[in-house]
Design a protein around this ligand. Structure first.
Ligand code: ADP
Ligand code: MG
Length: 443
């Protein structure tokens, strides 16, 4: 359910700004409005909804309207036109008193310049926001201590800000934003002043905090990597307009226009795309089937290994054509000959971390959910295709056509080997086929 709904929200700076709205509807550009009417477009008819509990990133170059937009959300800036709802409530209809209460209780803000008071302790800095809201002493102290503990600053309460590193000062700013436990936290370039390594730590911590607290976070950044790392969804802005809203994957794989395409063209896809994106539908056999069924399935599909699952689709192991053939000869059950601990990853593993395991594995890598249910398999061909920018498949991916990515590529260790060759070599050998026929004669 959306917590924030924005409809045609605009902010124009300059005299008699409402004049500009009709011109924007006519398609005037930001430059034309500035040149002919002396008005500056801050935000141009933005329409989007932010879901409760998501990290919604607003990204764009400097001057694109990010700060203006985020300040419209808590009415630190009054809009020139449009609608704004918070939890269904009309924010633009609030009077001054209602607005104060709204800002205190429901929407917090963290700034880039942490704006700490140098002569107040860390604790007093975090308490400050609660103090001006009139929260009484004992309660504000306990809430501030709680917030400091959340951001990992327990033990630093009585230090002055100057004793803290930049990263720690930003945590104090974050604690101040969290102290009154708002539903939504607005963060305007909160990490942009930090050096890269500390910045990455803070991103990780924000993600961890988010997991724990389930806050809705509106995070502003001009940094694409940061946006892709932490955003559940990203809104990309240009000249005050939102040019695309989507998941990181949608922004990368289905850019809405040339601008978005150029914005994202240098991204290292392997650090963004996940196992879920590249996985194929697995061919499976249930453990109660015999090795002959397994081998026949492999022969039919032209693959050389098969995942063994139970009736709930839980992964039990993987069996190769050689193993199945050997089981037929010796009369063993599938479970007796299969590999019991095949390589496996979770669906959100990023592809860059999978090259190594993929290059060492003689069977496709299994993608499993936390309950070990088999969701899909990863083969080199499909991973490379995903990185080459081909369209993502639906969900677990359709069964590949016989001439596309190989379903199983056991025994091939050259990733550039064409799919049809990998399949060719993956077929059961004549010897194995003979074993099937021999088994059939006997039964
Ligand atoms: N108070 C203001 N008065 C006039 N123009 C402003 C004001 N604040 C922002 N702008 C203009 O609005 C546009 C968007 O600015 P801003 O929201 O700060 O962008 P960003 O945060 O993406 O860098 C810019 O052209 C900027 O110059
Ligand atoms: Mg800004």
């Amino acid at each position: 359910m959306p917590i924030i709904e924005v409809n045609e929200l605009s902010k124009i700076f300059g005299p008699e700004p409402r004049r500009a709205i009709a011109r924007l509807d006519e398609g005037w550009s930001k430059e034309k409005l500035a040149a002919e009417l002396g008005l500056t477009v801050g935000v141009n008819r933005a329409t989007f909804a932010i879901e409760s509990g998501e990290i919604f990133v607003i990204m764009g170059l400097s001057g694109s309207g990010k700060s203006t937009l985020v300040r419209l959300l808590n009415r630190l800036i009054e809009p020139t036109g449009g609608e704004l709802r918070f939890g269904g409530e009309d924010v633009l209809a609030m009077n001054a008193k209602q607005l104060r209460r709204f800002r205190r209780a429901r929407i917090g803000m963290v700034f880039q310049k942490f704006a700490l008071f140098p002569h107040r302790t860390v604790l007093q800095n975090v308490e400050y926001g609660l103090e001006i809201q009139g929260v009484e002493r004992v309660e504000r102290r306990s809430r501030a201590l709680e917030a400091l503990e959340l951001v990992g600053l327990k033990g630093w309460e009585h230090h002055l800000p100057a004793a803290l590193s930049g990263g720690m000062q930003q945590r104090v700013g974050l604690a101040r934003g969290l102290a009154n436990d708002p539903d939504v936290l607005l963060m305007d370039e909160a990490f942009s002043a930090l050096d890269p390594l500390i910045r990455k730590d803070m991103q990780d911590e924000l993600l961890a905090l988010q997991q724990k607290m389930k806050k809705t976070i509106v995070f502003i950044t001009h940094d694409l990597d940061e946006a892709l790392r932490i955003g559940d969804r990203i809104a990309l802005m240009k000249d005050g307009s939102i040019v695309q809203v989507g998941t990181p994957e949608e922004i990368l794989m289905q850019p809405a226009n040339r601008y978005v395409e150029r914005f994202v063209e240098d991204v290292d896809l392997s650090r963004v795309l996940t196992a879920a994106h590249a996985m194929l539908r697995p061919e499976t056999v249930t453990s109660d089937r015999g090795p002959r069924v397994a081998l026949e399935l492999m022969r039919e599909r032209g693959i050389s290994s098969l995942y063994v699952v139970d009736k709930q689709k839980k992964l039990l192991g993987v069996v190769t054509a050689e193993q199945a053939a050997a089981a037929i000869r010796s009369g063993a059950a599938l479970e007796a000959v299969m590999h019991r601990n095949p390589p496996q990853v979770e669906p959100d593993a990023v592809l860059s971390e999978l090259f190594e395991p993929l290059s060492h594995s003689s069977v496709p890598i299994a993608v499993v959910d936390p309950d070990k249910r088999l969701l899909g398999i990863l083969v080199r061909g499909a991973v490379l295709a995903a990185l080459a920018g081909s369209e993502p498949r639906d969900g677990a991916g359709a069964m590949p056509e016989t001439d596309s990515a190989p379903e199983g590529d056991i025994g091939t260790d050259a990733p550039e080997q064409p799919a049809h060759l990998a399949q060719e070599s993956a077929r059961p050998s004549a010897g194995e086929a003979d074993a099937i026929h021999e088994e059939e004669r006997r039964s």
